[in-house]
Design a protein around this ligand. Sequence first.
Ligand SMILES: *Cc1c(COP(=O)(O)O)cnc(C)c1O
Length: 390
Amino acid sequence: MATTLPFVDLKTQFALLEPAIRERMDAVLNHGQYIMGPEIEELEGRLARFVGSRHAVACGSGTDALLMALLALGVGPGDAVFTSPFTFVATAEVVSLLGATPVFVDIDPRTFNMAPEALSQAVAAMRTKDPLAYPLPANYADLAPKAIIAVDLFGLAADYDAIRAVADEAGLPVIEDAAQSLGAGYKGRVAGNLGLIGCTSFFPAKPLGCYGDGGMCFTDDPELDALLRSIRNHGQGRDRYENVRVGINGRLDTLQAAILLAKLDGYPEDIRMRDRVAAGYTELLGDLVPTPVIPEGYTSVWAQYTVMAQNSQERDRIRRALAEDGIPTAVYYPKPLHLQKAFAPCGYSQGVLPVSESASHSVFSLPMHPYVSLESQKVAAQSIRRALAG
Ligand SMILES: *Cc1c(COP(=O)(O)O)cnc(C)c1O
């Protein structure tokens, strides 16, 4: 068996950036402000400029960023939040955690992102309280629409113009789950700043990762910025011992901010390298399997390079062949959220969101990081060709 190529390569990047990372970490060890040290504000300022937002609020994880966004919008029991079932669990988990209910909206089969037409149908079905018009959660009669969380899956932005058209008509705010898409392009704008509040993650394997957990909220709204800052710090008022609302301990560690600052200069080049890797895969695999679709006016940061088999048996066969040749693969996501036990109280049954369900049976992702070699991509193409030949 060939030596296994890493699915995500954090070691090569560390080797390249080690002096800068150690220097930034040493600075924190020397000043000792481990909580809310000066690196936090520096990182917030730089990332706000990077995505083009007026405000950025660093926090403890992508999940905390989503939780803080929902808290800032006052989401709670009795609220319906429209979101995708084809995403990492955190996107919908925070909705249920607050006692609200996710309304799952099916995806576009080409981009895997929320289908705006499906959103429109789901919003209309909630308005008319008609679960025959679109699949709704079991407690739909007791719910009032409150917000939309769109997800930029695999590094590609959702269609925010179309989503916002539906949202505006219904008077609903749009939260952007940009955990996988920080810095992606959408019609001249930058992912992270495509919703009323954008939420990203610095989990190590994300396109811009720290060495632990981390996340950030972005917004142009000064009132939401102030609210998010208060919520991040136990609902703090004017000072630490004035608590004006219920919040969380959602702060980002200063050390993680220091690591991100050391990585940030190289991030645009990382994105260009990921794009070259993706182009290489598409060139080699284009005649074998459906490869990712990047619509006109969009750019991806390639959190994953995801292709499709015809069904789960063929997917198993391809993944086995790749593994034999030292190419690891992963399936994001093998079970859509509406069929997960955690969301059983929502009462969704199999078959109601067919595009997400079909995608969960056919997708698989190939190694993606800036240092994937063309040779290993050729090996991957040969393995897939062999598996398809039978
Ligand atoms: C990773 C991820 C999250 C959660 O981020 P954490 O930093 O791991 O909490 C949320 N949504 C999506 C789409 C993600 O990929």
